[in-house]
Design a protein around this ligand. Structure first.
Ligand SMILES: [Zn+2]
Length: 81
């Protein structure tokens, strides 16, 4: 179900890569689409309950930038800048 991240192409020619770069003119780290309107999120893994014990969702600590399409389709938490 999870889509592997696509390696960003051409970022070095558009301002370079920085650890805390602003979320503009980048690519979605989930589907790899180029989009100016990306959202900083933390991916959430929803683990189906096993038996009678509900499993809490796992939130990935490392933030990612996703496009709106991925934010609306996949479980995640919006990270406020
Ligand atoms: Zn996306």
């Amino acid at each position: 179900m999870l889509i592997p991240p696509v390696a960003p192409v051409g970022l070095y020619g558009r301002g370079g890569l920085r650890d805390n770069a602003s979320v503009s003119t980048r690519v979605c780290e989930n589907c790899g689409i180029s989009d100016d309107e990306l959202v900083c999120v933390r991916r959430v893994y929803l683990v189906p309950p096993s038996g009678d014990t509900p499993a809490p969702p796992t939130v990935v600590a490392e933030p990612e930038v996703w496009c709106f399409s991925c934010v609306s389709q996949y479980p995640c938490e919006i990270v406020d800048a």
